[in-house]
Design a protein. Structure first.
Lengths: 384, 644
C-alpha cells in the first residue's frame, strides 16, 4: 500500500509527539465523564449482591446475579428465579434482541428467553444447546450466538436449528468459550485459555487469534498480537475489536494490535472481566480494581479507593500524569464484572452490588459550581 | 331464554342413551366397528372429486356492498354482492387460505395462505392478486395496523407473528407468540393487537394446559404482555369492543388429566370464553355450555358496535350463541364469583350461562367466521361445510337469508365424512366431535387419560391424522389392526355411550380420515436435497454400526422399526419408554412424517422435544443407539427427523 506524503508526515508527527512524551492535554484540564453513583444491594431489592452482568433496555434495567435475575423498572425490582421459570438462579450473561424486545439469559443451568413475562428454557437436554453453563449470549438478526463451557452454539430462531462449534470444526483448541460479540460481518468469541475466535459471516470460516508469546505471562512482543490467551470478553464495534483478558486488554483494527497494560496505560489492573466499547476509540474496562474508561487518549478510573474505600476518581493523561478528582460517590465495589450504557449514564455490575452512574455535566459531581479539586498528582494509578 | 335445537334434533335422543363421552379419535374409531364391512360409499367418482369451497373467514368492503369470503377448500376468495346475495367474482389465491384483512382504505385485500406460507395481496378494484408476501409457517390470522403500513400475521406452525412492512413487502421480524398462533384482533384505538393460539403452550408433564393471549404494542411493534389463560388449550377468535374496554376470546377447557370414562361425573371440554379489559379487570373465564347441552368448539366472536351483544359461532354445534353483554358483565362483576373464577369456579359452573346467554341461533354445518356489518344489524356466518353464508338479523336473532356461494350441489362421501368429523352432534349431550381433539383435523397438543383404569394410568399423547393409510394398527398399544376395529363396539360402549353412526356414515368418516394429507414440510430444501446437517443426520438414522465399529442389533437400529414409506414397520415393541403407570411397555411404532409438528413426543407425551427422546428417555440405548453420539451428532439426527 502506498502512503501519501501528507499521511506519512502526519504519522511521523504523531510518532514524534509520542516519543518525546508531549501530552495533548494535561491531567489538570482533562474533562473526563463524571458520575454520581447510586448503588443497589439486596437491601433495596437486588436479588443478590454478587452481580455478574447488567443490561439496559430503555428505562428497564436487567441485572444477572448469583441468585436470580433482577428487573428494575419504575423504581422497583422484580426477581426471576427457577421457581419463576428461570433455567437457573446463577445468571452469567444477558443479551437483548432489540427488534423483538426478547431477553436472552445465560445461566449456570441453561439458556432462558424472557419474552413479555414468559420464560422458555433451552438446555443441553431439551434442545441442541451444547452445554448448560452459558457464559455469554449475543443476538445477530435471527441468530442467537451462545458461549458455553463446551464450545459455541448458534440457534436459528426461525428454524430452531442449532449449530455447534468446537474443537472439531473450528480452530478452537480450548472449548471454554467465555463471551461473544456478534455483528453483521463478524462474530467474535473470547475463549478462556484459547484467545479469540473470529467467525466471518460471509465466508462462514473461523480464524483464531492468540497471544504470540504463547502461554507465558511475559509480554515479549507487545502490540504484535493479542495480549494473552486467557480472554474473558470481546466487544466488536465499528469494525474494531476490543478484548479483555486476565493479563491486560487488546484493541485490534483488523491489521494492527494495540495492547493495554496496567504498567503503561490507565488500567488500574490487568485482570479484566469485561470490556465494552463505545466506538472504535473509546471503551470501558471492568477490572478487579475499579471501572476504567479510555477515551482514546486519556483514562479515568472510578472505584472505592483500594485502601480507604472512600469514593475515588482518577484521571490519567496521555503523558501518564494522574490526578485524583474529589468525588462524593463511587461504584458499589472495586471488583467490576460488567457495564452497560443508558444514554450518558452507566449501569455497573460489581461483586457487591449494582451501581448506577448518573452522568454529571459541566460541574462537579454534587452539582455545585467550580472545577474539580485536584487532590494529588501521580505518575501512575496506585497499585494495591 | 330462547334455545333453538341444532340441525340434528336427534342428538337429544342420543343424549339419553348413556352418561359417558368419548374422545375424538376414540369416538371416530369406535363407531367404525359398527360397520365391519365398511366399504367405500357407492358414490360416483365425479361426486368424490367435487371441490368444495369451505368458506372460513370473511371481510366487508368499506362501503359494505361486497362481502369477501375466504374459501379454504377451493383456494379462492369469493366476492359476494350483499344486495343481490350473488357471487360476483372468484379470485384464485394460494393454497389453503385461512385469514383475511383489508387495508385501511379498503383498496387492498390481504389473504393468508396457510399451506403456501404467503399473504396474497389483492387489488380490490381489479380483484387481481398483485403480489405475494412471505410469512412464517402456516399463516392464519392477519390484521393491518391503523397506519396501514404494517401487517401482522399469526403463523400457526412457527408459533410466531410476522411483522410485514407493506410498502416494501418485506417481513421485518417475527415476534414470539404461543404455540399455534392463529387469530389476531386490533383494538379500536389501534394501539394493541391481541393474538390467540389453537394449541396450548408447552408445559410440564401431566399439568393442566395453559395458553396465552399475546399482546402487541403497535407503536413499538413488540410483544408487551401475555395474558395467561389457565386450564385452557385451544383458543380461537378474539374480538375487542368498540370502546376498547372488553375483549372476548373463544376457547376450549379440556379435562384431559382425568380418565375419560369418568366423564359422567363431569365433562370432557368446557366451551367457554375469556373476558378481559377494563370492563372486567384481569381475565375472567365464563362458560357457554348448559347443564344438559353443550355448545362445542366456540370459534368466532363478534361484538356489536354498541356492545349490547356478543355472537359466538360454535363450530361443532352448528349454531350461534348470543350473549347479552350487560347481563354478562353484571354477572361477572359479582366480585365473589370473579374471585371464584380464578380457581375455575365460575367457568365450571354450568348453570352460569343461563344468566347471560339469550339465544342459540341454528346455522349451517361447521360455522366458523362471524362478521358484523358496520351498523351491527347483520351478522354473517361462514358455514364451512355447507358452502354458504348465514345472514342473521341481530335484532330478531334469526337467520334472514342464506347466501349460496356456488359450491357443488351434491355431497360426496368424502364431504359427508368431513361433516361427521367436525360435528359434535353425535356425542352425548353434543359435547364434542372428532375435531375437538383433532383441531382442524390435526392435533391438540394434549395428552389424555383415556382408559378407565384409574387416574393417571395409560396416558396417551394425541397422534397426528396425516396420511394414515399404511400406518395400521392404531392406538399407542397397537391393539387394533385397522381403522374399523380401532375402537369397536367395546370401546364405543365404554367411552361413547351414545347412538352410533350408521354403516354409511361410518364408511364416510373413515374415508375422510384416510383422506387427510400431509401438511407441507418446511424443513426440506426446495430442490429435495438435504443440508449437510440433515445428510449427517440421515447417516446416523440409517447406521448399522456403533461408532466403535461393532454392529448394532438390527432391532435397535432406527431404520429397522422406522422403516417403509411412513417410517413405521407397523410393529409393537418395548423400547424402554414405558412408565410404571402403563399397563404394558409395548408401544406401537409411530409413523414419523411431519414428526416435527407434533410435539411433545413418546406415547405419553413425556418428551417435550425430539432431543429429550434420547437425552432423557433413552438411558440404556433401548430406543435406538444414541449414547455414543456427540451432542452435535444428536443435533444432526434431529435436523434429519424434521425433514421426514
Amino acid at each position: 500500500m502506498k502512503i501519501k506524503p501528507r499521511m506519512l508526515f502526519a504519522r511521523l508527527a504523531a510518532l514524534v509527539v509520542v516519543a518525546i512524551g508531549i501530552p495533548i492535554a494535561t491531567a489538570q484540564n482533562i474533562d473526563m465523564p463524571r458520575f454520581r453513583w447510586e448503588n443497589f444491594t439486596t437491601a433495596n431489592g437486588l436479588p443478590d449482591n454478587h452481580v455478574f452482568c447488567v443490561l439496559v433496555d430503555g428505562t428497564r434495567i436487567w441485572a444477572g446475579t448469583e441468585n436470580g435475575l433482577g428487573r428494575y423498572e419504575n423504581g422497583a425490582w422484580k426477581i426471576y428465579r427457577p421457581v419463576d421459570g428461570l433455567a437457573h438462579q446463577a445468571v452469567l450473561s444477558l443479551a437483548l434482541d432489540k427488534r423483538t424486545g426478547d431477553l436472552w439469559v445465560g445461566t449456570m443451568g441453561g439458556l432462558s428467553r424472557v419474552s413479555a413475562g414468559r420464560i422458555d428454557n433451552f438446555t443441553q437436554l431439551n434442545s441442541g444447546l451444547s452445554n448448560d453453563i452459558v457464559y455469554g449470549v449475543g443476538v445477530q438478526g435471527d441468530f442467537l450466538w451462545v458461549a458455553t463451557a463446551a464450545g459455541a452454539s448458534r440457534l436459528n430462531t426461525r428454524s430452531g436449528q442449532w449449530a455447534l462449534f468446537n474443537e472439531r470444526n473450528t480452530p478452537m483448541y480450548e472449548i471454554w468459550t467465555y463471551a461473544v460479540s456478534p455483528a453483521e460481518d463478524k462474530v467474535y468469541y473470547a475463549v478462556w485459555g484459547g484467545g479469540v475466535l473470529e467467525y466471518d459471516v460471509k465466508t462462514e470460516r473461523w480464524k483464531q487469534y492468540d497471544d504470540p508469546d504463547g502461554e507465558t505471562q511475559l509480554v515479549l512482543m507487545k502490540d504484535q498480537g493479542l495480549i494473552h490467551e486467557i480472554t474473558t470478553s470481546v466487544s466488536y464495534v465499528d469494525k474494531i475489536l476490543w478484548v479483555a483478558t486476565y493479563f491486560g486488554a487488546s484493541r485490534y483494527d483488523g491489521r494492527y494490535w494495540h495492547n493495554f497494560l496496567q504498567k503503561d496505560s490507565g488500567l488500574p489492573s490487568n485482570f479484566l472481566s469485561q470490556i465494552k466499547a463505545v466506538d472504535g476509540n473509546r471503551a470501558w474496562f471492568s477490572t478487579d480494581k475499579g471501572l476504567a474508561y479510555y477515551d482514546g487518549t486519556n483514562w479515568a478510573v472510578y472505584r472505592p479507593a483500594l485502601d480507604t474505600h472512600k469514593p475515588e476518581m482518577l484521571v490519567r493523561d496521555a503523558a501518564g500524569a494522574v490526578k485524583n478528582i474529589a468525588v462524593q460517590s463511587a461504584p458499589a465495589h472495586n471488583y467490576i464484572l460488567g457495564v452497560d450504557f443508558q444514554g450518558d449514564d452507566l449501569w455497573v455490575a460489581t461483586a457487591k452490588g449494582l451501581s448506577h452512574g448518573i452522568r454529571q455535566h459541566g460541574s462537579t459531581e454534587s452539582g455545585s459550581t467550580g472545577s474539580a479539586q485536584v487532590s494529588q498528582v501521580q505518575r501512575s494509578i496506585p497499585k494495591k | 331464554m330462547q334455545v333453538a335445537t341444532t340441525w340434528r334434533s336427534k342428538a337429544k335422543v342420543r343424549a339419553s342413551a348413556g352418561p359417558a363421552l368419548a374422545l375424538t379419535l376414540a369416538v371416530t374409531l369406535a363407531l367404525l366397528l359398527l360397520a365391519p364391512a365398511a366399504k367405500p360409499a357407492a358414490r360416483s367418482d365425479a361426486e368424490a372429486n367435487e371441490r368444495y369451497l369451505s368458506p372460513i373467514e370473511m371481510a366487508l368492503s368499506p362501503d359494505g356492498r361486497l362481502l369477501y369470503v375466504v374459501c379454504q377448500g377451493s383456494d379462492e376468495l369469493r366476492v359476494v354482492d350483499i344486495q343481490s346475495g350473488k357471487v360476483v367474482s372468484a379470485v384464485p389465491v394460494g393454497h389453503v387460505p385461512r385469514g383475511i384483512a383489508l387495508s385501511r382504505d379498503g383498496r387492498q385485500i390481504y389473504v393468508t395462505n396457510a399451506w403456501s406460507d404467503t399473504v396474497s395481496v389483492i387489488d380490490a378494484a381489479t380483484l387481481k392478486v398483485v403480489r405475494a408476501l412471505a410469512t412464517g409457517f402456516e399463516p392464519t390470522g392477519i390484521v393491518s395496523d391503523q397506519s396501514g403500513e404494517t401487517l401482522y400475521v399469526a403463523n400457526r406452525l412457527s408459533n410466531d407473528i410476522s411483522v410485514i412492512d407493506v410498502n416494501s413487502g418485506q417481513e421485518i421480524k417475527r415476534l414470539l407468540a404461543g404455540r399455534g398462533a392463529s387469530y389476531l384482533a386490533l383494538s379500536a384505538d389501534g394501539r394493541r393487537i391481541y393474538g390467540t393460539h389453537i394449541y396450548p403452550n408447552a408445559g410440564a408433564f401431566r399439568t393442566p394446559p395453559n395458553s396465552e393471549i399475546t399482546v402487541i404494542d403497535t407503536a413499538r411493534r413488540t410483544v408487551v404482555d401475555r395474558k395467561q389463560l389457565h386450564n385452557v388449550a385451544g383458543v380461537f377468535h378474539v374480538a375487542l369492543s368498540a370502546d376498547g374496554k372488553l375483549g372476548v376470546a373463544a376457547q376450549l377447557r379440556p379435562k384431559n388429566l382425568i380418565p375419560l370414562a369418568h366423564v359422567e361425573h363431569g365433562w370432557a371440554f368446557g366451551d367457554s370464553l375469556t373476558l378481559f379489559g377494563d370492563d372486567v379487570g384481569g381475565t375472567v373465564q365464563v362458560p357457554i355450555d348448559e347443564l344438559d347441552r353443550y355448545y362445542a368448539l366456540p370459534w368466532a366472536v363478534a361484538i356489536t358496535p354498541d356492545k349490547s351483544k356478543i355472537f359466538v359461532t360454535t363450530a361443532g354445534s352448528e349454531n350461534v350463541t348470543v350473549i347479552d353483554v350487560r347481563q354478562l358483565l353484571r354477572f361477572a362483576a359479582n366480585s365473589a364469583r370473579i374471585r371464584q373464577s380464578s380457581a375455575n369456579g365460575l367457568v365450571n359452573d354450568l348453570s352460569a350461562a343461563a344468566n347471560y346467554v339469550t339465544a342459540r341461533i341454528p346455522v349451517g354445518r361447521n360455522p366458523r367466521g362471524a362478521l358484523l356489518s358496520q351498523d351491527g344489524k347483520r351478522l354473517y356466518v361462514a358455514n364451512r361445510l355447507d358452502d354458504n353464508i348465514s345472514v342473521i338479523d341481530t335484532s330478531s336473532e334469526k337467520v334472514v337469508s342464506t347466501i349460496d356461494l356456488g359450491g357443488p350441489k351434491t355431497i360426496s362421501a368424502l364431504r359427508h365424512g368431513e361433516q361427521l368429523f367436525f360435528t359434535a352432534d353425535y356425542a352425548f349431550q353434543g359435547q364434542f366431535g372428532c375435531a375437538n381433539c383433532h383441531l382442524d383435523a390435526t392435533i391438540d397438543g394434549l395428552q389424555w387419560d383415556l382408559e378407565p383404569d384409574g387416574f393417571g394410568k395409560d396416558i396417551v399423547d394425541n397422534r397426528s391424522l396425516e396420511d394414515l393409510a399404511g400406518t395400521e394398527p392404531f392406538k399407542w398399544n397397537g391393539g387394533n389392526p385397522d381403522m374399523p376395529t380401532e375402537c369397536g363396539p367395546r370401546t364405543e360402549k365404554f367411552f361413547y355411550r351414545s347412538q352410533s353412526f350408521t354403516a354409511q356414515e361410518l364408511t364416510d368418516i373413515v374415508k375422510f380420515v384416510y383422506s387427510l394429507p400431509y401438511r407441507p414440510n418446511r424443513y426440506r430444501l426446495p430442490n429435495g436435497e438435504l443440508t449437510p446437517a440433515q445428510e449427517r443426520g440421515k447417516a446416523i438414522f440409517e447406521r448399522t454400526k456403533y461408532k466403535n465399529g461393532n454392529p448394532i442389533p438390527e432391532k435397535n437400529q432406527c431404520a429397522y422399526c422406522h422403516s417403509g414409506p411412513k417410517y413405521t414397520n407397523q410393529q409393537q415393541v418395548d423400547v424402554g419408554t414405558g412408565k410404571s403407570t402403563d399397563r404394558s411397555p409395548v408401544i406401537d411404532v409411530p409413523q414419523l412424517p411431519n414428526v416435527v409438528y407434533s410435539a411433545p413426543y413418546l406415547h405419553d407425551g413425556s418428551a417435550q422435544s425430539l432431543e429429550e427422546i434420547w437425552t432423557v428417555f433413552n438411558p440404556k440405548d433401548t430406543h435406538g443407539v444414541s449414547n455414543d453420539l456427540r451432542k452435535e451428532e444428536l443435533n444432526d439426527l434431529v435436523e434429519y427427523l424434521k425433514t421426514l
